[in-house]
Design a protein around this ligand. Structure first.
Ligand SMILES: N[C@@H](CCC(=O)N[C@@H](CS)C(=O)NCC(=O)O)C(=O)O
Length: 361
């Protein structure tokens, strides 16, 4: 049994020049299907290459663009046409980006059309891993390839892959490859491309209506930068001024959202229509008080005590729409951040509060 510190050590994308990657350790030249990572035994310290090292030298966390950007499309002749049972979605209940895709899959009634696997909440040096529900409640194995790690799938799709091994992953079982790993695009595909396979009541249901596209795109842009990603840029900052700057922008954007919701006729951002803007914001806000306030030091305020309009909006989504509650797993969320990010929380102690994770209506 390997110790955690001896597991596969993956390239630090931000320090490739300083620590050249030994490609042969990750390639599967002979046969991937018997891929056995070469172990580079090393202890992981602050200045060693490490999958869990997030910030660059200047103290900034920079999210890398996703690499697999193909589309499932109903257009005739499309490379990836929609089909029932053909595609499989890999997520983490902990991850806000993956959570978006789980919500849209559920809201669009795609449960019987697109399979779902959930990685273990613990993200260690080997990346996301698969565990059985008996080992880790709420997790699943990989029914497609019985992979041990999510990285196995990335290398199966591209033996030369050099990016991070992120969730969500949308997999095509027919061509045995990774179609897309960008949540913003996956939710757009789920939104309409599978309408020929869903129950009639879900046909035409859209979270990106024509009439609101401009407003949704505009809001998504600053919410992505300062809120969805803003919590990570604050929490992963390794310099005081970098943290100060991102946490300030984050709370300015929360103030702006509070104002928008106060003016909305409700219950959603754009009045009575639930859009992807709500879904994309929800996955950050539902994690805010339980995790981001203390773990990412986003503590100029809390949603429950300082943002009444956002709080009301949040509670409506969680308590009144089962697809939001059913896809929100506070145990995976809290344990993942607090026990995986050892550079932030070296002893991995998970705070008990806030209690409750979300307040009753
Ligand atoms: N742009 C991606 C970001 C996904 C992402 O960063 N996922 C995180 C979890 S919250 C991940 O899997 N991180 C693992 C890693 O970077 O090693 C998306 O929105 O789909």
């Amino acid at each position: 049994m390997l110790k955690a510190c001896q597991r596969l050590v993956l390239p630090d994308l931000y320090n490739c020049a300083k620590y050249p990657v030994h490609r042969h350790q990750y390639s599967k030249a002979s046969s991937y299907y018997s891929f056995k990572p070469t172990i580079r035994a090393m202890t992981t310290t602050a200045d060693q290459p490490n999958i869990l090292k997030w910030a660059s030298q200047d103290g900034e966390f920079r999210r890398k663009p996703s690499s697999f950007r193909n589309f499932i499309s109903r257009e005739p002749g499309a490379q990836y046409p929609p089909e029932k049972g053909r595609y499989h979605l890999y997520i983490s209940w902990a991850c806000p980006w993956a959570h978006r895709t789980a919500i849209v899959r559920a809201l669009k009634g795609l449960d019987n059309v697109i399979g779902l696997s959930v990685v273990d909440w613990y993200l260690a040096e080997g990346g996301w891993k698969f565990s059985s529900p008996e080992q880790t409640p709420g997790s699943t194995i990989d029914p497609v390839h019985n992979s041990s790690y999510l990285s196995d799938l990335y290398f199966r799709a591209n033996p030369e892959y050099e990016g991070r091994f992120t969730v969500p992953v949308l997999w095509d079982k027919k061509t045995d490859t990774l179609v897309n790993n960008e949540s913003a695009e996956i939710i757009r595909m789920f939104n309409e491309e599978f309408d020929d396979f869903v129950d009639p009541k879900f046909k035409g249901l859209t979270f990106y209506p024509e009439s609101l596209r401009k407003e949704i795109d505009e809001l998504n842009e600053w919410v992505y930068d300062t809120v969805n990603n803003g919590v990570y840029k604050s929490g992963f900052a390794t310099k005081q001024e970098v943290y100060d700057s991102h946490v300030t922008k984050l709370f300015q954007s929360l103030d702006r959202l509070e104002h928008i919701l106060a003016k909305s006729s409700g219950p959603y951002i754009f009045g009575d229509i639930l859009t992807e803007a709500d879904i994309r914001l929800y996955t950050t806000i539902v994690r805010f008080d339980p995790v981001y306030v203390q773990h990412f030091k986003c503590n100029l305020g809390t949603i429950r005590y300082n943002y009444p309009q956002i709080h009301k909006w949040l509670k409506h989504l969680y308590w009144d729409i089962p697809e939001f509650k059913d896809t929100t797993n506070f145990e995976h969320i809290k344990k993942h951040y607090t026990k995986s990010h050892r550079q932030i929380n070296p002893l991995g102690i998970t705070p008990l509060g806030p209690d409750p994770d979300i307040e009753p209506k």
